[in-house]
Design a protein. Structure first.
Length: 272
């Protein structure tokens, strides 16, 4: 996988990902590839063993290899997981017309306690997704609220949830912990979504374009509050974001409103 600095994410975009648990790029895949995708998905893409390097999982010239090498896609992946990630797994999701059912709200992982690393899921939509087609429902800011897979499946709707509507060729990058689920397709057209989960093989620290690290919009993004947060417990999300941002930047002193500084204060000086 190759990329150029011009396609790396900015610090503001990274902060958006840390706060929201996702980053969306509309219509970045060319139209000819979108048309090809429907044919490729219909034929199927062979599975690969867990932990296979990208170059081994998807041969040069293959559709998926060309997909992850689209400049905007490659730049985002390099920024989020670094060079040469491994493939955890991939899957083609097809929602048939009028099938009358939806996926329960879930996270794609068992309880994952890593505070300083994360997997990234690429979700690619080769067709325009309309509201009638259902799209993927997600709950912004839910990725750091630790749950076990479908623990959230009993919830039908949460305030502030997002139901994807997008143009053809759109790609969404998800933190592995984000709560999401495929909605039912009430249209007359099958809906395709191709998912790849990437495991980093390097430390995820300052992999993006950090030239705007001091931009005030970084802290503004990290301070985002979502409607489903409880007044008090929602502060835990801000706390966990600070921990993740510290790990990503290497800045052990970064904080928002003193949340982490306050509870990590352990003076070692012995009084005289």
């Amino acid at each position: 996988m190759t990329t150029t600095t011009g396609h790396l994410l900015s610090s503001v975009q990274m902060a958006h990902f840390v706060a929201h648990g996702s980053l969306r790029m509309d219509a970045v895949v060319p139209a000819d590839m979108n048309a090809e995708a429907v044919q490729v998905f219909g034929a199927g893409i062979p599975p690969v063993p867990y932990g296979t390097p990208v170059k081994e999982a998807f041969p040069e010239g293959s559709f998926v290899r060309r997909l992850v090498e689209v400049p905007e896609v490659a730049g985002a992946l390099r920024s989020l997981v670094g060079p040469d990630p491994n493939i955890d797994h991939h899957f083609i999701h097809v929602r048939e017309p009028h099938e009358g059912r939806a996926q329960p709200l879930h996270a794609d992982a068992i309880i994952d306690v890593r505070p300083d690393a994360f997997d990234v899921q690429l979700m690619y939509y080769p067709q325009e997704v309309t509201l009638e087609m259902g799209g993927t429902l997600s709950v912004p800011g839910s990725h750091l609220r630790r749950t076990n897979e479908s623990d959230t499946g009993r919830y039908q709707n949460l305030r502030g949830q997002s139901r994807l509507v997008c143009p053809a060729g759109s790609v969404v990058f998800l933190h592995h912990g984000l709560w999401h689920g495929g909605r039912r397709n009430d249209s007359d057209t099958p809906r395709y979504m191709f998912k790849i989960r990437f495991n980093p093989t390097v430390r995820q620290r300052r992999l993006w374009d950090t030239s705007d690290l001091a931009d005030p919009r970084v802290a503004a993004e990290l301070s985002t509050v979502f409607p489903w947060y409880e007044t008090a417990a929602g502060r835990l999300e801000l706390y966990n974001r600070v921990l993740l941002w510290r790990a990503l930047t290497g800045d052990a002193g970064f904080d928002l409103d003193h949340w982490v500084t306050r509870v990590s204060n352990r003076p070692q000086e012995v009084p005289a």
